[in-house]
Design a protein around this ligand. Structure first.
Ligand SMILES: O=P(O)(O)OC[C@H]1O[C@](O)(CO)[C@@H](O)[C@@H]1O
Length: 529
């Protein structure tokens, strides 16, 4: 294709959404002239399914749940008045609470004001707040936000240690829809102890976001936490950023929540458009289908040319992969669907994996995200008349061209700026694209059975550890191999897991397990010290 033909193709296929200042360019995807028409029947069915979902149908059949994240930015579209009231009440109470915190009406016992937020959550209960805080935050925010999103003890020490004395002015927000997620429970308990060690009452510094009656809800009530904000079963974790999950930290941070919700609402309106050429969510879903043959054969590389959007790929990794990575179709057939997502930011990635994108295995398509506004205020010239921002654009266009020359497909999303409106719109765009794509490939995007399997298996490992520790204590000083101990606890087939447990136990002083003998599994001996 000549440059001239490409320019024509660009103009023909450019999808512009003036209401949110966003455009999607699909000209560098190699779909044929009849592709969009050929997909018309499937696309219409996807629109119908989305329409039913928005009207309150059970769109998550396995869990028999409705899927209501679109109502969070347009409560008037809720299928029942009670839901609308629940959403608007939540929004008003979050706003009022943040106002009281900022004004010092809700204040810690041993400091004048809360200045820090510590968010404890994982997956959908952390990734959205992390993206929003990083994309929109600055040192001028009303409060600074920190995160505990794992059960890694050293990770917790690092975050809590960095807060140090400031724990006295830290408001901890524990977020868990289910209220029973172990990583979050552990982070909460360790945080509680950190407060206690400084003579601070955790409850007077803690807020929960969780489902009514959950384990976390009960804990918060028993320990007289400051507040609990609701989460509902009709909002999925990975699409919960516009529920209290995202609004509580964003309001506390002092971000433009109204703009964020408005951007998403405007994008929703634009992506209900049935004319595919004018609908960027439908085009994204169709390009994913084209690129991967409807089987996810190509990975989605997200390359935003803006530091503030670096977490976009991490956020989309959960949204896309937890939604689309499914073994079974809606009809129960084994389909093993999914699309792998990765990326960081340009032009930084140019100096890392882009080498492979241009010359290596052609198993991906890139989505470039271009932000027109360089910065607040003017830029200095760094070379001739050129600014740093001119260079960023140059590197983006250069990389895109270099990939195209080698037959590597890409799309480009262009936005005006990284404002709250834009971030809200981008999230809404991808939420709908994921929902539409799920319909195109006939899967349930709103459950995550695979994750549950891992959680159950982890539970069994900890059960095994319990048995192992009892045995080691009973056997006292007798040093035994992993194989012998696996026999002892009646789990001979679990010798490898037992060895891994013993290796970990003996590397840490918590349970008094000692290791002797050689380095190889068969030579190692373990005993209770
Ligand atoms: O908010 P919760 O219930 O703690 O769950 C956290 C995350 O865990 C998952 O269920 C996966 O394990 C995600 O879907 C969810 O966002």
């Amino acid at each position: 294709m000549t440059e001239r033909e490409l320019w024509e193709r660009y103009q023909r296929h450019l999808c512009v959404v003036p209401s949110v200042g966003l455009s999607l360019d699909i000209s560098r995807m190699n779909f044929g002239a009849d592709f969009l028409d050929g997909m018309r029947a499937r696309t219409d069915a996807a629109f119908q399914a989305m329409d039913a979902l928005e009207k309150g149908a059970i769109a998550n059949p396995d869990e028999k749940r409705r899927v209501g994240h679109y109502w969070l930015r347009a409560p008037e579209l809720s299928p029942e008045p009670e839901l609308k009231t629940a959403i608007t009440d939540m929004q008003a109470s979050v706003e009022a609470f943040a106002r009281d915190v900022h004004a010092g009406k809700v204040k810690p016992a041993k400091a004048a004001r809360f200045t820090q937020v510590l968010l404890v959550g994982i997956g959908g209960s952390a990734l959205g707040p992390q993206l929003v805080a990083d994309a929109l935050g600055s040192h001028r925010d009303a409060m600074q936000v920190h995160f505990l999103d794992n059960t890694d003890p050293d990770g917790m020490d690092r975050t809590l240690g960095a807060l140090g004395e400031r724990l006295a002015e830290t408001l901890t927000v524990v977020i868990s829809k289910s209220g029973g997620t172990k990583e979050t429970r552990n982070g909460m308990l360790e945080t509680e102890r950190a407060y206690q060690q400084r003579g601070l009452d955790f409850g007077a510094h803690a807020v929960a976001v969780t489902g009514d009656g959950s384990e976390l809800d009960q804990y918060a009530k028993q320990h007289h936490w400051l507040r609990t904000f609701p989460m509902w079963d009709w909002v999925g974790g990975r699409t919960s950023i516009m529920s209290a999950v995202g609004l509580v930290p964003a309001r506390l941070q002092g971000l433009d929540v109204d703009g964020f919700l408005a951007g998403a609402k405007d994008m929703d309106a634009a992506t209900r458009e049935r004319d595919v050429a004018k609908n960027p969510a439908a085009l994204l879903a169709l390009m994913w289908f084209h690129a991967g043959g409807g089987r996810g054969q190509k990975d989605m590389v997200i390359l935003p040319y803006k530091d503030r959007l670096m977490l976009m790929s991490k956020y989309l990794q959960q949204l896309v992969m937890e939604s689309l990575g499914k073994e079974l179709s809606l009809d129960g057939q084994v389909v093993n669907q999914g699309i792998a997502v990765y990326g960081n930011k340009g032009s930084t990635d140019q100096h890392a994996y882009v080498q492979q994108l241009r010359e290596g295995v052609n198993n991906f398509f890139v989505t470039f995200v271009e932000v027109l506004k360089d910065r607040d205020g003017k830029s200095m010239a760094v070379e001739g008349d050129n600014t740093s921002g001119d260079y960023l654009l140059g590197f983006f266009l250069g990389t895109r061209r270099a990939l195209f020359e080698k037959g590597r497909e890409s799309m480009t999303l262009t936005v005006q700026d990284v404002s709250a409106r834009t971030v809200g719109a981008l999230i809404a765009l991808y939420e709908r694209a994921v929902g539409l794509y799920a319909s195109l490939v006939n899967i349930n995007a709103y459950h995550q059975p695979g994750v549950e399997a891992g959680k159950k298996a982890a539970g069994r490992v900890l059960e095994l550890q319990g048995k192992l520790l009892s045995k080691l204590k009973a056997a006292k000083a007798e040093a035994r191999s992993a194989d012998q101990l696996a026999q002892d606890i009646g789990a001979p087939d679990e010798a490898e897991t037992v060895f891994k447990l013993l290796e970990h136990l003996s590397a840490n002083g918590d349970h008094g397990v000692k290791r002797s003998g050689g380095q190889r599994p068969a030579e190692a001996r373990f005993q209770a010290g």
